[in-house]
Design a protein around this ligand. Structure first.
Ligand SMILES: [Ca+2]
Ligand SMILES: [Ca+2]
Ligand SMILES: [Ca+2]
Length: 234
C-alpha cells in the first residue's frame, strides 16, 4: 500500500467516526425534538381536557339555574354590593287537584317543600361566600384589566326553600365581583351581576366559574344565559 493510499484510508476512517458522531448528535436532537412535541402535545391535550370538563360542569349549573327559573314569578333580587340572591315562586299543585291553577284561573304560586307543594312558599337561589380570589395575593390579573388589585368573592350557589329544604347547585366554585375595591370580572369596567331581572319577563344569568384543575393560576370561565319567563308575573 502506498503512503498516499494509507493517508487516504486514515482520512476515510476519521470521516466515518466524525459522521457517526454527527449522526448520533442529530438523532439525539431529533429524538429530543420529538419528545418535546409529544410531551407538549400531552400537556395541551391534558389542558384541553381539563378545560372541557370544567366547561361541561359549569354548563350543567347554568342549565339547572335556567330550569329552576323559567317558570318562576320573581319576588326580589339582592342588588350589589349585597351577595347575589333571587327569591321566586313556581306554580305548584297545592290543592292536589291535578293542575297548578286555582278555581279562579290564577296560578297556584308556591314552592315544593319536603312536606309537598306549598302555596305561598318561595325558593331562594343565593351565592354563599366561602372565601376570596385575590389578585394581590396570587400576583395574577384574573380579570385582565391591567392591574393586580382586584379581589373577588368566591363561593357556591345554594338553593333553599322557605321551609328550609337546602340543596347545592353543582360542586363548582363561582366568583362574583366585589363592590370595594371595584372589581368587575371580565375587566370591561361594568359590574357583572349573577342575577339580573328586567322587571317584566327576562332574567339574565352571568356565571363566572373557577377552574383550578390546570397548571398555573386558576382560569375564570364565563357563562351567560337569558331566560324568557313563561308565566305572567302575577
Ligand atoms: Ca291545583
Ligand atoms: Ca385585575
Ligand atoms: Ca364586567
Amino acid at each position: 500500500m502506498t503512503k498516499r493510499a494509507i493517508i487516504s484510508k486514515k482520512s476515510c476512517e476519521g470521516t466515518s467516526a466524525l459522521e457517526i458522531i454527527i449522526v448520533v448528535v442529530i438523532f439525539g436532537v431529533v429524538l429530543f425534538a420529538l419528545f418535546g412535541v409529544f410531551s407538549s402535545g400531552d400537556a395541551s391535550a391534558g389542558y384541553l381536557s381539563a378545560v372541557t370538563t370544567h366547561q361541561g360542569r359549569s354548563r350543567q349549573v347554568i342549565e339547572k339555574l335556567s330550569r329552576e327559573l323559567i317558570d318562576a314569578r320573581v319576588l326580589g333580587l339582592a342588588a350589589p354590593p349585597g351577595l347575589p340572591t333571587i327569591d321566586f315562586q313556581i306554580p305548584v299543585d297545592a290543592d292536589a287537584d291535578g293542575d297548578v291553577m286555582t278555581d279562579d284561573g290564577l296560578i297556584e304560586w308556591g314552592a315544593p317543600e319536603v312536606a309537598g307543594p306549598t302555596l305561598g312558599s318561595f325558593v331562594r337561589l343565593a351565592f354563599e361566600q366561602s372565601g376570596t380570589l385575590s389578585e394581590p395575593a396570587d400576583g395574577f390579573d384574573y380579570n385582565r384589566d391591567g392591574d393586580q388589585l382586584d379581589i373577588f368573592r368566591l363561593g357556591r350557589i345554594v338553593r333553599t326553600t322557605q321551609g328550609g329544604f337546602r340543596t347545592q347547585l353543582g360542586d363548582i366554585d363561582v366568583v362574583v365581583d366585589q363592590a370595594d375595591p371595584t372589581a368587575d370580572l371580565d375587566g370591561d369596567g361594568q359590574g357583572d351581576p349573577l342575577f339580573s331581572f328586567n322587571g317584566v319577563a327576562e332574567i339574565d344569568l352571568r356565571l363566572f366559574t373557577v377552574n383550578r384543575n390546570i397548571d398555573g393560576p386558576p382560569r375564570i370561565e364565563s357563562f351567560d344565559s337569558r331566560i324568557n319567563l313563561r308565566n305572567p308575573q302575577f
